[in-house]
Design a protein around this ligand. Sequence first.
Ligand SMILES: O=C(O)c1ccccc1NCC(=O)[C@H](O)[C@H](O)COP(=O)(O)O
Length: 268
Amino acid sequence: MNTQSDDLAPAVRSILEAAAERSGADGRTSVDARSLPAAFAAAEADGRVPVIAEVKPTSPTTDGTRRDDPVDLAEAMVEGGAAALSVLTEPEHFDGSVENLRRVREAVDVPVLRKDFLVREDQLDAVEADVVLLIARFLEDDLADLVTAARDRGFQPLVEVHTREELAAALAAGAELIGVNNRDLGRLEVDLSTFEALAPEAPDRVTLIAESGIATPADARRMREAGADGLLIGSAIMDAEGADEAGTDGDVAANTRRFTAAETEGDV
Ligand SMILES: O=C(O)c1ccccc1NCC(=O)[C@H](O)[C@H](O)COP(=O)(O)O
């Protein structure tokens, strides 16, 4: 793992330094995971855009913190048609927790992604989840071992990439779920053309997810037209300010529905 790299934004270096310090768990987790591809297929069959809605109280690029009970937020997201959920468990920079994830997974039936910055195998054991995020840029030579370690525990590993080289590394590591992050962790800027550039390089057998920066139903359609099997959306669903602009008054169910209905109802 490379926490010193000059090409990372200071906030991301800080996230990685905190991750390196975080302890894992003593015991080994074994998960009976809910299938993410099956949840996407069920959403498609129902006419919904497959959306992973993210419980993201705050972040280095978010103004303020949303302090609602994570279970209330999660249930509202499912009411809005989310195929799956993502829960931030990183405490220092995102105000997340493994306890949030534990409670959310107990309360809903859909697959739940653990969104964190995992850098060691023992950190996989901190909490059960259906899907775990592994970020290619941070794991470098350890990526394949972490993919195997996650699968050995029953998790579905979702490998996050941002460049062609990282996509090649994810495929070489045997990833079947790949997320293309539109947010550049070097500058924290978002550019949806990142997904458009990488999607054609991914083989059809991969479940491909467009991550970050999807702010409007038009963005959702753009990512789907570029080949996204699913969309990971945090800020536009959580953010009260953005919700106000859309006229939904911070209503997380309504915010989620804008995206899940993007292909049937247009810009709701
Ligand atoms: O969201 C951030 O500010 C951030 C900063 C540094 C590293 C990671 C960050 N986000 C993690 C994520 O991957 C997003 O929460 C997720 O893709 C959803 O993105 P968005 O819809 O843009 O909130």
